[in-house]
Ligand binder design. Structure first.
Ligand code: NCD
Length: 315
């Protein structure tokens, strides 16, 4: 049985398989594969049931997983507010909660209030558990979507520079994507721009460096929105301030028209969404704004992942 709790649960071959399959599914959806219609996928997970058990708010993660399972012909039940409406409210442990519901379904997607809770849930879960985000910890499927979006845009390019701007310490999407990119040879430079209080920690940078074998990986940090870094970026990855996590505050960085003016013409702007003031809506019309496409890619990537995970149990 395979849980997806962190990006370490994707090895190189599995990543490639998922990216290829998601691209294939996207082509069908966008009518780029004239031989196949969308309905061919609708029997793939017939008789499978997915539970979404979410202890934290979500738009994209929960609904794209639910859409993915539904389009594949499976069934979905769940709770969008398990912290309020499940027996967690009556003092039930995470372990008991996941042990019980895992007897009702074939796969579970969980979202957790605190780092480490996905691992606790997995310890008692009898079916594959997908971590849909655990506090400040990880968000492996978002990283998969982000990587898919980068590879889609730069299929053959090497020496890519990715610049993370915003709340790099508390964003689980940054934690997961940076780890995934550190093991991805086509990326040669990763920059982190945050105020000191929201900067990634030294141990995290050390961990990233240990993930690189073979080619060189240059890691840099800055507390200033350095124009030269924007000019050198292929990918800018913005994040909002995760103010619900602790009281270490806001980052004040905004990727506005002045930044867009110096970003290379073929670069892309990513954001896991939801956005706040760090990414003004006037950027939406910029041809390099890729964040809505990135969010829509969530459907195809999660369909590919559900197929791969459920294929291991016949129904
Ligand atoms: C992110 C999350 O929940 O970590 N959203 C997402 O899943 N796309 C980002 C965020 O909450 O800021």
């Amino acid at each position: 049985m395979k849980h997806i709790l962190s990006v370490d649960d994707f090895n190189h071959d599995f990543l490639q398989e998922l990216i290829d399959r998601a691209a294939f599914i996207k082509d069908i959806r966008r009518n780029k594969n004239s031989n196949l219609t969308w309905s061919v996928l609708s029997g793939h997970l017939k008789n499978y049931l997915m539970i979404t058990d979410f202890f934290e708010p979500s738009t994209r993660t929960r609904l794209s997983f639910e859409a993915a399972m539904t389009y594949l012909g499976g069934h979905v039940i769940g709770t969008e507010n398990a912290a309020e409406f499940s027996s967690f409210k009556k003092g039930e442990s995470i372990e008991d909660n996941f042990k019980v519901i895992s007897g009702y379904c074939d796969v579970i997607v969980g979202r957790f209030l605190n780092e480490g809770e996905a691992h606790r849930a997995a310890s008692s879960c009898q079916v594959p558990l997908i971590n849909g985000g655990d506090g400040k910890g990880e968000h492996p499927t978002q990283a998969l979507i982000d990587l898919f979006s980068i590879v889609e845009k730069f299929p053959n390019q090497e020496q890519l520079t990715v610049t993370f701007i915003g709340d790099n310490r508390r964003s689980r999407t940054v934690q997961s994507l940076a780890r995934l990119l550190a093991g991805f040879d086509a990326v040669s430079n990763i920059n982190f721009i945050s105020p000191a209080t929201l900067m990634v920690e030294t141990e995290f940078l050390d961990d990233l460096q240990t993930r690189r074998v073979g080619s060189e990986l240059v890691l840099q940090t800055s507390c200033l929105l350095d124009a030269d870094w924007i000019k050198a970026s292929n990918v800018v990855y913005m994040t909002r301030s995760q103010i619900e996590r602790d009281n270490t505050g806001f980052h004040g960085f905004v990727f506005g028209p002045e930044c867009a003016a110096i970003l290379p013409e073929n670069a892309i702007i990513l954001h896991p969404l939801p956005r706040n003031s760090e990414l003004p809506i006037e950027i939406d019309n910029d041809p390099r704004a890729y964040y809505f496409e990135q969010a829509w890619n969530g459907l195809y990537v999660r369909m590919a992942l559900l197929e791969a995970i459920c294929a291991k149990t016949a129904r």
